[in-house]
Write a protein that binds this ligand. Structure first.
Ligand code: BGC
Length: 253
């Protein structure tokens, strides 16, 4: 496997990238970050990604480039758009970024990327069994791993509970929007994780997203059979996991 790869994490508010050593799981450059262009349209986002790659330290033109994105990404095609422009639905994102960057790009779902980072280098390193990664941000992202293998595109943030898409109730954005205190938000998290546990009986839950740095405020309040732990790679998980997945993919090509 190549040792260096570029990872780019596209989110609803920011787009960030760095060069990653995919053997050690460390960022080997500063992170470059720009705001996500308003509207989140494909060509506008692709231009920002191009600027980020141009500003990163030079790596071999054959180094893998991995991008993660907040949508279902099936074989490089973005298939949903919960919190981004609907123009992404059905778009061949692999081809768009490959054309704009002039280098081969591999796009995956953002929560899948964050989960890969935790599985390879973080909170679930070498964990077997069923691991469910969750990210609490603008939406709720989820990734399923069985014995270290990713089952891609689990969209469990949109689980319907009480007739509503539950990411609208339990994401970090919902906490902010409704000005919920930790205790009230934790009750919603309890409802959400209990439902996941009833459906999947995982061995481990991992909780990522920026708010996981405040995990002491809410994780101790949750009563579950499985362990529930904070992510370790937090801010860089998407970058790291996208880069790792792209490098892994290069091996197959
Ligand atoms: C999207 C997922 C994404 C998650 C976190 C959800 O609204 O449907 O694809 O992983 O948000 O960004």
């Amino acid at each position: 496997m190549a040792s260096k790869a570029i990872g780019i994490d596209i989110g609803g508010t920011g787009i960030k990238g760095a060069v990653v050593n995919i053997r050690t799981g460390e960022l080997v450059s500063d992170r470059v970050r720009y705001e996500t262009p308003s509207g989140g349209r494909p060509e506008d986002i692709a231009e920002v990604v191009k600027r980020i790659v141009a500003e990163l330290p030079k790596v071999s033109s054959r180094a893998p480039v991995g991008i993660c994105f907040p949508a279902v990404v099936q074989h490089g095609v973005t298939m949903s758009a919960a919190n981004v422009s609907k123009e992404w639905i059905g778009l061949d994102a692999d081809s768009l970024f490959t054309r704009v960057l002039g280098r081969k790009v591999h796009v995956i779902n953002d929560a899948d990327a964050a989960g890969v980072a935790e599985l390879k280098f973080g909170a679930a390193k070498n964990r077997r069994g069923l691991v469910i990664m969750t990210t609490l941000g603008t939406g709720i992202g989820t990734a399923l791993f069985i014995n270290g293998h990713l089952v891609p595109n689990a969209e469990l943030g949109h689980l319907e509970i009480g007739g509503v898409d539950y990411e609208t109730k339990a994401s970090f954005a919902a906490k902010e929007r409704e000005n919920l205190d930790w205790a009230t938000w934790s009750e919603r998290l309890q409802t959400y994780y209990s439902r996941l546990e009833a459906l999947f009986s995982p061995d481990l839950f991992i909780v990522g997203g920026g708010v996981s740095k405040n995990h002491q405020e809410f994780l101790p309040r949750l009563k579950l059979r499985a362990d529930i732990v904070p992510a370790q790679k937090r801010n860089s998980a998407g970058i790291l996991g996208a880069a790792w997945a792209a490098a892994d993919r290069h091996l197959e090509d």
